[in-house]
Design a protein around this ligand. Structure first.
Ligand SMILES: [Zn+2]
Ligand SMILES: [Zn+2]
Length: 307
């Protein structure tokens, strides 16, 4: 499970930071990539990576500001030409359907794959046997969602060698034991699955927030997350500006991570007013409140391991 930053700037593209797009690479888990937002030129950024557009399975849109959605029609269109024939589902606030419908219709773009667009409300927006994705509204002037991606716990691995030592031969019986069933062998011995299956592998939690002021829903979404990705448009001391423009400072992002009990924080959506020399300071400010803080950069990758 890896996070890959495709764009980490605020508002407008800058030379060193493109506008927002974040990929959640779930290649081992489901052979798929999920995107969170697709600012302008997201597809150009993808060209410099190993991400295959045909692998993009879901796109979660946080809000409808241009720096988060102007790259969406182009990306969806190119995916058709890049061998994408599997369904894509886009989740986003009310208005996302109209935006995509009009962009694709006016440009006479015909996708070679099914596109489903779901206008979400707060709550669980997706669930299958592997993942749950929850959304809540943040505080950004227009509807802006944060997403909490919860990986379900995975059963422990079957201790096949130990079973064979106990004289149990591979076959359907292995599956039964892995599924937690107590099995009685032909000779009357009872196999207790807890002795032959490793510990449950705890699922991971990744929280990716849209643009927001400091707010309670951000903390709820980030509760105990292995990784929180939080905007930090402004530096410490610019709280007034942050409030006026419905954004957060480095300190506010760190406060959310601390109050939510997160394991790791990554700051993103960095204003172009802070040049390369200032990035270290932004991290240091946040680390004063939440030590395990890092700052995103375009093309930076973070691996989130099971704890
Ligand atoms: Zn933004
Ligand atoms: Zn915004």
């Amino acid at each position: 499970m890896n996070i890959f930053f495709l764009g980490t700037g605020a508002g407008m593209p800058a030379k060193l930071r493109n506008v927002t797009s974040i990929a959640l690479k779930l290649l081992e888990e489901r052979g798929a990539v999920w995107l969170f937002d697709a600012g302008e030129a997201t597809q150009h950024q993808i060209l410099h990576t190993s991400i295959k557009p045909r692998r993009i399975e879901k796109i979660f849109v946080t809000h409808l500001h241009g720096d988060h959605i102007y790259g969406l029609p182009g990306l969806l269109s190119s995916r058709s030409f890049q061998g994408g024939d599997t369904e894509v589902t886009v989740y986003g606030p009310k208005g996302i359907k109209e935006y995509l419908h009009i962009s694709l219709a006016v440009s006479q773009t015909f996708l070679k794959y099914p596109l489903t667009v779901i206008e979400i409300e707060e709550g669980v927006v997706f669930e299958d046997e592997q993942f749950i994705v929850e959304a809540r509204l943040l505080d950004h002037g227009i509807a802006s969602y944060g997403y909490r991606v919860i990986e379900k716990d995975r059963p422990g691995t079957l201790l096949a060698d130990k079973l064979q030592e106990a004289g149990v031969q591979p076959g359907p019986i292995f599956r039964k034991i892995k599924n937690g069933e107590t099995v009685t062998l032909g000779d009357g011995r009872v196999i207790n699955p807890s002795e032959f299956v490793g510990p449950v592998q705890k699922g991971r939690i990744i929280t990716i927030l849209g643009d927001t002021r400091f707010c309670q829903n951000a903390i709820s979404l980030a509760r105990d997350a292995d990784l929180l990705i939080h905007e930090a448009t402004f530096s410490a001391g610019e709280e007034m500006l942050a409030t006026d423009y419905f954004h957060s400072t480095t300190l506010q992002a760190a406060k959310v991570a601390k109050q939510a009990g997160c394991k790791q924080l990554c700051l993103t959506h960095i204003s172009s007013r802070y040049d390369r020399d200032a990035w270290g300071n932004l991290v240091t400010e946040a680390q004063g409140i939440f030590p395990n803080t890092d700052i995103a950069a375009d093309f930076k990758e973070i691996t989130v391991r099971s704890s």
